[in-house]
Design a protein around this ligand. Structure first.
Ligand code: AMP
Length: 395
């Protein structure tokens, strides 16, 4: 076997992992460990086409990593034969300090820990995963790949919140952006599909998954993105509502007696599709809307409206648009949503070819009519592959 990178994405109660050949991109194994520290723990490990599921209590991330290790030993592939050359970790917030992939030394870990104040829901579980993985794989380099990295040189005009400048500087209040690995990978692939040098391609990427964000990328450099200091800003998402007048929060504090913890819970977990309809899953939402459910229809319209607004704004920011790109779970699969988002945007030259859009084809593809500019593309994202390649390139 050739050298592999183990990619780990550690969340608060889950760990996703993937063993990847960074050169060919081939996936040797992948797995999902869920409900860590809760009841109903579960690991699903896929080796080749075969999935092995085990249900067992998983006390903490360390136990989770041990379980993954056991799966590799029992059902394969054999990790010692796979030559794990590095472990790549998704780290959500790099603040101002980190943008490039960075080897996780004790000092770097301490610094990421300090940045947890900017990402209290994300960086701590990322680091728990790092600690558990370093224990299990002490002899290989562990590399942090930052979700904020691609946006580190957003133009100041796009990165700045128009508030008291001194206060903002002191507390790190600025727009950092997230999903950077995906926006970087997808915008690079889009240039490739267009047959253009990346330096010559202007694209808007809509990463529409459970979390969702948009970016405007000019010549390979991100010049705008919809998420801000935290992943709360921007588009309508599964459980987050995106843009909101900050006055609403003051109003709810005064009128509904909500404190910071309650507002945090509202914005992170009880907003977006979840808040408007009681469910965060987009596919379920469309099924409900088609069956005539009013709340689901309404939420769908809010979701579409927000996207169209961002496309218009980002087209203006870019000046010239070469491609609009859909990616992630919703963007790659929901053809009806893509059609509804693009309908009526002829003013920008955007159009969809219904046959191409509705085709069962997967993979990178045009969904605009032949020869149309800007092009409309679907490009499946692959954050794990991008992380593996980043880690590999660093070494
Ligand atoms: P992700 O976070 O990228 O895994 O995307 C998850 C979201 O994609 C969920 O809201 C799913 O409902 C949605 N999704 C996945 N497949 C489809 C599909 N065929 N049609 C509509 N939405 C889908």
């Amino acid at each position: 076997m050739s050298a592999h990178v183990l990619v780990i994405n550690s969340g608060s109660s889950s760990i996703k992992y993937r063993l990847i050949d960074p050169v060919s991109g081939a996936i040797a194994a992948r797995g999902l460990i869920e409900r860590i520290g809760e009841t109903g723990g579960r690991i699903a490990h896929v080796n080749g086409g075969a999935e092995t599921v085990r249900e067992t209590e998983i006390a903490d991330h360390r136990a989770g990593m041990a379980l993954a290790y056991e799966m590799f030993t029992e059902v394969g592939p054999d990790l010692s034969a796979a030559e794990v050359a590095a472990v790549g970790h998704r780290i959500v917030h790099g603040g101002r300090r980190f943008h490039a992939p960075t080897v996780l030394t004790d000092e770097v870990i301490a610094e990421i820990e300090r940045l947890s104040v900017l990402a209290p829901l994300h960086n701590p579980p990322n680091l728990v995963g790092v600690a558990a993985a370093r224990e299990k794989f002490p002899d290989v380099p562990h590399v942090a790949v930052f979700d904020t990295g691609f946006f580190h040189d957003l133009p100041e005009a796009a990165a700045t919140y128009a508030i008291d400048a001194e206060l903002a500087e002191r507390h790190g209040v600025r727009r950092y952006g997230f999903h950077g690995t995906s926006h970087d990978y997808v915008s690079a692939r889009a240039a490739e599909v267009l047959g253009r040098d990346r330096a010559e391609a202007n694209v808007i990427v809509l990463h529409l998954g459970n979390g969702a964000s948009a970016s405007a990328v000019r010549g390979g450099r991100a010049v705008e993105t919809s998420m801000g200091m935290t992943p709360l800003e921007g588009l309508v998402m599964g459980t987050r509502g995106g843009d909101i007048d900050p006055g609403v929060l003051m109003h709810l504090e005064r009128s509904a007696g909500m404190d910071v913890a309650a507002l945090d819970d509202l914005l992170n977990h009880r907003s977006g599709l979840q808040g408007m309809t009681g469910g965060n899953d987009f596919r379920t939402l469309t099924e409900r809307a088609e069956a005539g459910d009013e709340a689901a229809r309404h939420a769908y319209q809010v979701y579409v409206h927000r996207l169209r607004k961002y496309i218009g704004a980002y087209t203006a920011v870019l000046g010239r648009l070469d491609a609009l790109v859909f990616t992630a779970g919703v963007g790659e699969n929901a053809a009806g949503l893509r059609a509804d988002v693009v309908a009526g945007l002829e003013v920008f030259g955007l159009a969809i070819d219904p046959e191409r859009n509705g085709s069962a084809e997967r993979g990178e593809r045009y969904i605009s009519p032949a020869g149309a500019t800007p092009a409309v593309l679907v490009i499946p994202t692959d954050e794990e592959l991008a992380i593996a390649r980043d880690a590999w390139a660093l070494l």
